[in-house]
Design a protein around this ligand. Structure first.
Ligand SMILES: *Cc1c(COP(=O)(O)O)cnc(C)c1O
Length: 483
């Protein structure tokens, strides 16, 4: 069954200035003498002359040509696209907080400092680490701060270590962050079961290695069960363990990062804790660290003046061997507020996020593994990855499936990532999807696979159908003119 989509009825929308110059029937506010009805702008400005209804319809049609949360599932794996409760927007818009000027002295900013500290404290407890800072502006920024702290840690010990080891199943930002902090990277393979190949890791370990940057659950959606053994091997050469925690949706409230031996771990609040995601941001990161990394945290951390009496207020402090400043003022405070509201509203039930996210991913896995080919046999956490192999037998490609899903009124899953899976299809349903929505998605995939010849040509019913992806990337047309 195809879901009804209103997008398909949207015709190509012209620009407002392309409407023909002609007389239109509209209320003429300038005719009225009443001050409330005066047009505040000079009438001679060259604005297009449109009636109110034309203007409203123009913007409404543009809005409808988008896919949004209000339309349905975003199965993008690795991205943790989930519904952000609207109530958090009200909290973030609270005029008593969002209008505060960041240059006010700390005495006047106590509510802001309290909320930032409380958000960090809730995350610290969730991760079970000695400290968390919400200064990072995004996940990759958290990685960069973490890797700079690793560099500072070894410098403080008079050691110059050159290399960070990164598994092939890592997110692409990991090697980029390591390189930006001046490290070389060495790649370690995954085993056929999807876990890090420990024998390979052992071969790479030496006193030159500063750290392993490991994503857990990894990019195949699999939990690295041998994390304790990995930690012991790193300890033997004095290397640190960085855990990329962007996939926390599978683990929230369920696991101790201290027990896993993490020295550093970044979170993506725009993935797990309901701050806005997509559309160009701004995102929001957080970085947690172990006891031995505390002296290197960025400048301007927040703490209670007296930990036994929060009513005495909060103050800034500078860690003694800090890497320096990493952002202006208080960071993305509106996003910190949204995360704070989300954490407060879940309270002690927060582990249900992980339970439901894992259940939903495994429901899709069970229902789809007869049609698509699983990328790895190990159990799934928050996402399930398939290869193109099952589709190829039907004469379909991963791209065909992704485009055809658009005709069924769904956003496409993440495709062709991770790179170590042939034509990967990576699906992350998250906990916010009800079973009915997942069933519609499964039905759509089954329908596409049962009539492959119909869907080989990609999407047919969308606003734009066959896109030449190579030209779109190589010769982007960045202006409306001439399109
Ligand atoms: C999303 C993600 C990142 C990058 O986060 P950004 O906020 O996009 O910078 C890093 N690692 C993993 C595993 C991710 O899923």
């Amino acid at each position: 069954m195809k879901r009804h989509t209103t997008r398909q009825t949207v015709r190509k929308e012209r620009l407002l200035c392309d409407y023909p110059e002609q007389e239109r029937l509209a209320a003429q506010f300038a005719e009225s003498k009443h001050p409330l009805l005066q047009n505040p702008r000079a009438p001679e400005q060259p604005f297009p002359h449109l009636s109110e209804v034309e203007l409203v319809r123009h913007y409404h049609r543009l809005a409808k040509s988008n896919y949004s949360w209000d339309d349905g599932l975003y199965p993008l794996g690795s991205c943790t696209m989930k519904y952000n409760p609207l109530i958090n927007e009200h909290v973030a818009a609270d005029a008593r907080l969002h209008g505060m000027h960041p240059m006010l002295p700390p005495e006047f900013l106590q509510p802001v400092l309290h909320i930032i500290w409380e958000t960090e404290d809730m995350l610290r407890r969730l991760l079970d680490l000695p400290a968390v800072t919400v200064q990072p502006a995004a996940g990759a920024h958290g990685e960069l701060i973490g890797v700079l702290m690793i560099r500072q840690y070894f410098l403080s010990r008079g050691e110059k270590r050159t290399t960070i080891i990164i598994p092939e199943s890592a997110h692409g930002t990991n090697p980029a962050s390591a390189a930006m902090a001046g490290f070389q990277t060495a790649k370690v393979r995954s085993r056929p079961d999807g876990l890090l190949d420990r024998e390979e890791l052992q071969k790479l370990l030496s006193p030159e290695v500063a750290a392993l940057m490991l994503t857990n659950p990894n990019t195949l959606g699999i939990f690295e069960t041998e994390i304790k053994e990995i930690k012991q091997e790193l300890d033997r050469v004095g290397a640190l363990l960085y855990i990329d925690g962007a996939n926390l949706n599978a683990l929230v409230g369920k696991i101790s990062f201290s027990a896993m031996g993490a020295d550093l771990t970044q979170l993506n609040l725009h993935k797990t804790f309901s701050t806005p995601h997509g559309g160009g941001g701004p995102g929001q990161g957080a970085l947690g660290c172990s006891e031995r990394m505390l002296p290197f945290l960025p400048l301007g951390q927040i703490r209670p003046r007296n930990p036994n009496d929060l009513s005495l207020g909060f103050e800034f402090y500078d860690p003694p061997q800090s890497i320096g400043r990493v952002k202006a003022y208080y960071g993305q405070f509106g996003n910190i507020l949204r995360a704070w509201a989300f954490l407060k509203s879940w309270g002690s039930n927060i582990h249900r996020i992980a339970e439901t996210a894992v259940l939903n991913a495994n429901y899709l896995r069970q229902k789809l593994q007869g049609i698509l080919t699983l990328a790895a046999p190990s159990p799934s956490m928050h996402e399930v990855v398939f290869s193109q192999d099952g589709l190829s037998k039907r004469g379909l490609t991963t791209a065909n499936l992704a485009k055809a899903l658009l005709d069924f009124g769904f956003y496409a899953p993440t495709v062709y990532f991770p790179l170590n899976v042939n034509g990967a299809i990576m699906i992350e349903p998250t906990e916010t999807e009800p079973k009915e929505e997942l069933d519609l998605f499964i039905e759509a995939i089954c329908a596409i696979c049962s009539e492959p010849e119909k869907y080989r040509a990609g999407a047919q019913e969308t606003f734009v159908t066959q896109i030449d992806e190579v030209s779109a990337a190589r010769n982007p047309q960045l202006s409306w003119l001439g399109s």
